[in-house]
Design a protein around this ligand. Structure first.
Ligand SMILES: N[C@@H](CCC(=O)N[C@@H](CS)C(=O)NCC(=O)O)C(=O)O
Length: 216
């Protein structure tokens, strides 16, 4: 039994980007069936849910052995048991771990500084100045990522791993703006990862839920 918790419905900007998508994708890559537990935005505040996810967010995951929150931690747990997502050797696993943390800790915050401001605060008087600075920092970080990927299809060992799943999940956000125009190699990398059938199945599964719960 594997269960992933997601929302019944979210606004359009979030559809396809809610973080249970990453977990669904990892399960699809690993060939592991799962069930959905769907909650609404009231249920995320219920005391018994807050025990499972202290920040009232999705996803939450459980299987026969574990109960977890934080999408990247869940992806790494799934990857630990799947050759499809993790190399067999210790050195390769360590590299995947490093890049997984890099995606979450070194790249995602900078991406979210830009996309979060553009999505939620674009009309604020401080937004243009802040965005100029945030975009500059993001571009510098992306330039380093681009250099690391130069000549390679994937981050580790020339094969798709959980590190690519997480990094491309972060980079997808850039498709909302114009940053990919400066980094066509990163766009191609992101496209390479997200064109995988497992990603498409995971995306369809999430979107199907929202379509079924669309307010009249
Ligand atoms: N770091 C968390 C972030 C989870 C997160 O931001 N979830 C969003 C959906 S993408 C959420 O539940 N938002 C509702 C809320 O914060 O109230 C993870 O990766 O699992």
């Amino acid at each position: 039994m594997r269960e992933v918790t997601g929302f019944t419905w979210v606004p359009d900007f979030a559809k396809g980007f809610v973080r249970d998508q990453r977990v669904r994708w990892a399960l699809e890559e690993a060939g592991l069936p799962y069930t959905e537990q769907l909650i609404n935005h009231e249920q995320k505040m219920a005391p018994d849910y807050l025990v499972r996810q202290p920040f009232a967010q999705v996803p939450v995951y459980r299987d026969e052995e574990v109960e977890m929150f934080e999408s990247a931690a869940i992806v790494m747990h799934i990857a630990e048991g799947s050759e499809a997502l993790m190399p067999g050797d210790v050195a390769g696993r360590a590299r995947v771990m490093s890049w997984a943390f890099a995606a979450m800790n070194s790249v995602e915050p900078m991406v979210m500084n830009v996309s979060g401001t553009e999505l939620f605060h674009a009309q604020e008087p401080w937004a243009p100045g802040y965005l100029a600075s945030a975009r500059k920092s993001l571009a510098a970080r992306l330039a380093r990522l681009s250099a690391s990927l130069e000549g390679k299809h994937y981050l580790v060992a020339e094969r798709f791993t959980a590190a690519d799943l997480l990094m491309s999940s972060v980079l997808r956000e850039l498709g909302r703006g114009d940053m990919f125009q400066r980094f066509p190699d990163l766009e191609a990398y992101c496209q390479r990862c997200t064109s995988r059938p497992a990603f498409q199945r995971a995306l369809e599964a999430q979107l199907k839920v929202f379509a079924a719960h669309e307010p009249a």
